[in-house]
Design a protein around this ligand. Sequence first.
Ligand code: ATP
Length: 298
Amino acid sequence: MTSTTRLRIAMQKSGRLSDDTQNLLKRCGLKINLTDRRLLAHVSNMPIDIMRVRSSDIPGLVMDGVCDLGIVGDNTLEETALERQMMNINADYVRTTSLNFGGCRLSLAMPEEFNYRGIKSLDGLRFATTYPQLLQRYARENGITVEFCMLKGSVEVAPRVGLADGICDLVSTGATLEANGLKEVEVIFKSKASLIQTATPLCPEKQKTLDTLLPRIQGVMKAKESKYIMLHAPKDKIAEVSSLMPGKETPTILPLAGRDDLVAVHVVATETFFWETMESLKALGCNSILVMPIEKTL
Ligand code: ATP
């Protein structure tokens, strides 16, 4: 168990989640020096320490209470939880919030020439994977039996060298599969990064720090998706213009100096603002349409 009152957060040391995690923490106002080689970095302006480890170690560190919080992919989290349940080791944790990065899917992929006729055509085959638990669970749920061989990296090469019939691996665009002569046949798990915490309640000091940090994390995520929109609109078209604005915020309508026919409309759009919407606004007679990023929101 952690002995101090400083909140200890585990994050990936280097890899696909490390930049996004680091940016998120920095945008939450945490002052961290992650350039040095120290694995436990001290946040200078909040009672927080950042522990930099391998992604696959994060769920266990949180489940064992060594770290209070962790930022990790749902794929790694679920795989570890299943593995620990199988070995009768505590696998409890709380998903504090889902994050808006690290999106990928765990898929089954076969050589291009494989004649795929549905999930049953995979019965009895052998898959190379880093995620044997998720693979076996999917096979069980679909009434098939599969074998696996464990590979921690370069999984895509396995069918070509005769190590396996297919692979079960993470995909984001599918370009790596294609480059290796493989086709995706089933998506077995959809993943994003999550902020998780220990299942045991935090001490009041740590809880207080988390109560400050969590709204900031949510604010950063909301700001990333939100845009501030400003435009000039014909006064008699305010209702149509408002109905075109994405999101649920009510627009602010302001007078324009020296103009009786036009007003300024300001709104925070909480959904994607498409070019098509801008074109429709222009067709209504709007001009000076500005779409700006939002840095923070609370
Ligand atoms: P470790 O830190 O233990 O070496 P890892 O080998 O899983 O972990 P990365 O390849 O950096 O390290 O992946 C980290 C996480 O990034 C994955 O577990 C997954 O949640 C997410 N991710 C997002 N897109 C992809 C992708 N296309 N391929 C692999 N992982 C992805």
